[in-house]
Design a protein around this ligand. Structure first.
Ligand code: SAM
Length: 209
């Protein structure tokens, strides 16, 4: 399930063409919210463009980069990622050993939409477990408004395409914002892109669940 190896060589170019750079813009938008010196977990970062974006803003982050595709993580290792300290982990989240409250920030860029409801819940519970009290969760992903026909069409096409090429686990686009909030994260900031089909958001784990 969710195997991006075959599409790794063309994923970034394809995403750029289809979404007119909206994916990169969303991934970058809230990076300045990260406190300097943070210990940060990035899950499903893909080919690592985000590491270059972080290097433009920070030189003192400690980043753990968990990515399940070898094709993607090999590309990420080639990025000019500045002097931030990066530990690459080729593994499937949440099947990784991480200590409780190890991170100030967790980021999942176009990651949470890959999963069915049960797996998403387990992933969010693990994110809660590894985040420090008041830690931040940065999410960029797709969203759908039922009343917009083209949102429904694009979501259906993307799921069909990625089910074929990457054995996508998710069968439909979930309302990620609602599910993340229900899992105990308080919304702090949100911004939409690409005709509101893409969002970037910052949540804070308040430790109430
Ligand atoms: C849709 S791509 C997003 C890539 C990149 N973050 C971006 O914004 O363009 C999802 C990425 O998550 C990775 N992935 C999927 N399941 C994963 C898992 N369980 N643990 C870690 N990475 C995973 C895939 O290999 C892929 O690189």
């Amino acid at each position: 399930m969710n195997n991006f190896d075959s599409i790794a060589p063309v994923y970034d170019a394809l995403a750029k063409v289809v979404f007119w750079g909206g994916i990169e813009r969303a991934n970058r938008f809230f990076l300045s919210e990260i406190p300097s010196g943070s210990r940060m977990l990035i899950v499903g970062g893909g080919s690592g463009k985000i590491l270059e974006d972080l290097a433009e803003l920070y030189d003192d982050l400690q980043i753990v980069y968990v990515e399940s595709s070898k094709g993607m993580i090999d590309r990420a290792k080639q990025r000019k990622s500045g002097v931030n300290q990066i530990t690459f982990v080729h593994a499937s989240f949440p099947q990784v050993t991480i200590q409780p409250q190890e991170f100030d920030v967790v980021m999942g860029p176009f990651f949470f939409d890959l999963f069915d409801a049960g797996s998403l819940l387990l992933i969010l519970e693990t994110v809660r477990y590894v985040l420090k009290h008041s830690g931040l969760l940065l999410v960029s992903d797709f969203r759908m408004e039922e009343k917009r026909g083209w949102h429904r069409w694009l979501s259906w096409s993307m799921h069909g395409f990625f089910r074929c090429v990457a054995k996508l686990q998710s069968e439909k686009l979930r309302d990620l914002d609602t599910e993340i909030i229900s899992a105990g994260f308080a919304p702090k900031k949100q911004r939409c892109f690409y005709g509101k089909f893409i969002f970037a958001a910052v949540y804070q784990y308040t430790g109430n669940l």
